[in-house]
Design a binder for this molecule. Structure first.
Ligand SMILES: *Cc1c(COP(=O)(O)O)cnc(C)c1O
Length: 398
């Protein structure tokens, strides 16, 4: 079998050799508990605080505003569940979010609704963007926090985060952004973009799994999510995963160091994929072509099933995704694709290709060769396709 073409970087990324080396070294050399008083422990503590300072520098934050967590899901949960107890005592019990957030936000909001909070789920436009006006119109005197993702994990659309941040600041409402897909791919500066809370996850930018952070602007009252020891300034208990935190910070610095070059390289590969796949009859790019992550391609192909497409691609050595990894195992089409107005049937025939640091032009060549053939073969076997060709009843007229 020829080489594996990995195009599922939005699900997770390979750990960079630099991060791997740092983690391996730390596992053996820096096993001391940062809370211990002997020098082995104090060394770990010093390294931990150095990591905090380096992460803060990348984000335009201050070290005391960084809390290390177990990843994006924990950071998202903590951001919302952490700020609401204090604000709800002051009559602010309303949350504004969007219909196409990651489930770490949506399911947290559902849980909060059960506790009596009210949530507005803003619709998104057909090209997958949140409107600043819609946010402005949804804010009331009861609004505590607005949580809107920087970039969508399925369709790759990029929201006007700085404008939403400025609006929230002006209205005296907190602003959280799930920046898990944006970090390492788009510029981030929490102060310049008026971000109060931000979630990121290491395994989405060539760092290790199970490690992330929450940025929380100083002065914001944040309740604990995990109780126990005094780690993270008594805000988040649990012995720190120093090796993976070190790996995360290494990956983070590497990602931002060559951001302009990588953006240009990925955008070039992305646009070639989009141009080539657009030649396939009766298909469409999902999400804005303009406000889009450099590495995201998401297409719907009429008359086929995404699952079957993934299996056929797998047989050709290609790893990709259909909608969100979290929805596989369920028959419901992705909530993101439904949120941009796709009918169920069309949403089922969708494919996400997400490029990353280790993809090459040869990977794109392979995909461009294989995918049109695979789509055609699946359509030949599809009764839905046969029906459509007979009736001419296509959703995407070419
Ligand atoms: C992957 C992802 C998460 C979850 O991060 P984990 O570290 O896997 O928990 C949250 N939000 C978005 C947008 C993601 O892509």
């Amino acid at each position: 079998m020829s080489k594996l073409v990995y195009m599922d970087n939005a699900a997770t990324t390979p750990v960079s050799p630099e991060a791997t080396a740092v983690i391996a070294k730390a596992l053996t050399e820096h096993f001391g508990n940062p809370s211990s008083i002997y020098s082995l422990g104090r060394d770990s503590k010093r390294i931990l605080e150095d990591c905090r300072q380096r992460a803060a520098a990348v984000l335009g934050a201050e070290p005391q505003e960084i809390y290390f967590t177990s990843g994006g899901s924990e950071s998202d949960n903590w951001a919302l569940k952490g700020v609401l107890p204090f604000l709800s005592k002051r009559g602010k019990n309303h949350i504004i979010t969007t219909a196409y957030e990651h489930h770490a936000i949506l399911h947290t909001c559902k849980a909060l609704e059960k506790q009596g909070y009210s949530v507005t789920y803003l619709p998104v436009s057909e090209d997958g963007l949140v409107s600043v006006d819609a946010v402005a119109n949804a804010i009331t005197e009861k609004t505590a926090i607005v949580s809107i993702m920087y970039a969508n994990n399925e369709i790759g659309t990029v929201n006007p985060i700085a404008q939403i941040g400025a609006l929230c600041r002006e209205k005296g409402v907190l602003f959280h952004t799930d920046a898990v897909q944006a970090v390492g791919h788009l510029p981030i500066h929490v102060k310049e973009q008026s971000i109060d809370l931000l979630s990121l996850s290491a395994h989405k930018f060539n760092g290790p799994k199970g490690t992330g952070l929450l940025y929380c602007r100083k002065g914001i009252v944040l309740a604990n999510l995990i109780e126990g020891g005094a780690q993270e300034r008594s805000r988040r208990a649990g012995t720190e995963s120093l090796p993976t935190i070190m790996g995360m910070v290494t990956a983070l610095e590497n990602a931002v160091a060559d951001l302009p070059e990588e953006t240009a390289r990925l955008t070039g590969m992305r646009d070639r994929l989009i141009a080539e796949l657009s030649k396939i009859p009766h298909c469409r790019l999902n999400g804005s072509a303009e406000h889009r992550l450099p590495g995201n391609v998401n297409f719907s192909f009429e008359g086929i099933e995404g699952e079957a497409l993934l299996l056929m691609l797998d047989m050709n050595g290609i790893c990709a995704s259909s909608g969100s990894a979290c929805t596989s195992g369920s028959l419901d089409p992705s909530h993101v694709l439904l949120s941009i107005g796709l009918p169920h049937e069309v949403a089922h025939g969708s494919l996400r290709l997400s490029l990353g640091r280790y993809n090459t032009d040869e990977d794109v060549d392979h995909l461009v060769k294989v995918l049109p053939q695979v789509v055609e073969r699946l359509r030949m076997m599809s009764p839905v396709w046969e029906e459509k060709t007979k009736t001419g009843n296509f959703y995407f007229q070419d």
